[in-house]
Design a protein. Sequence first.
Length: 230
Amino acid sequence: MKEYSVRRRITWVFLLIVALLVVDQVIKIWVKTHMPLHDSIHITDWFYISFIENNGMAYGMTFINKVVLSVFRIIVSTVVAVYIIKQIKRHARTLYVVLLALIFAGAAGNIFDCMFYGLCFSESTPFQVAQCVPFGEGYASFLQGRVVDMFYFPIIDTHLPEWLPIWGGEHFIFFSPVFNFADACISVGVVALLLFCRKELGTISFSKSKDKENEGEGQTAETDKESEPQ
């Protein structure tokens, strides 16, 4: 029965991750194949679909080599995937597993861009919309693809008061980063983990003895749950 329960949880977590990846890729591919680079669609005064590409991390940050960053992402995502499976086997709280899956799906979505977009699409420019091309004939090599971003929320767009020291009269935008659905998954997952899963985060350890202790606690909790009167 326990083995069936574990398989069932792994299955629905897998389906959740696939669903998030599909949403992320559908949005990105539509933007890339329908909008020229730096084009913007006005939705409201505080929400735009603005197509940009970046070589770096979430929200357009970049500070290390592209290939190194891509390999690092793959390694971290693999570690997270293994950790999720371990937590499922230990009967971790559903919220904890879902938030981990959210982070993994977001990371995987951006990795997919880096791995395959350069191979599958022509170059996006301000004057030309990207086209699907035969695999391997795109604008970049494996792991060199650029991540597609599109969500822009300039919630506050104003000029600072002239009397303000140093920054007086300067243009001010809050919130200025352009991001994608995968970035949002990562951000929501991390923030929710810090808010609601501090107990689980406090048990993370690379010590085998600690892992065995946590596994025993998980099995005890599951046994107690099964023994509760219906």
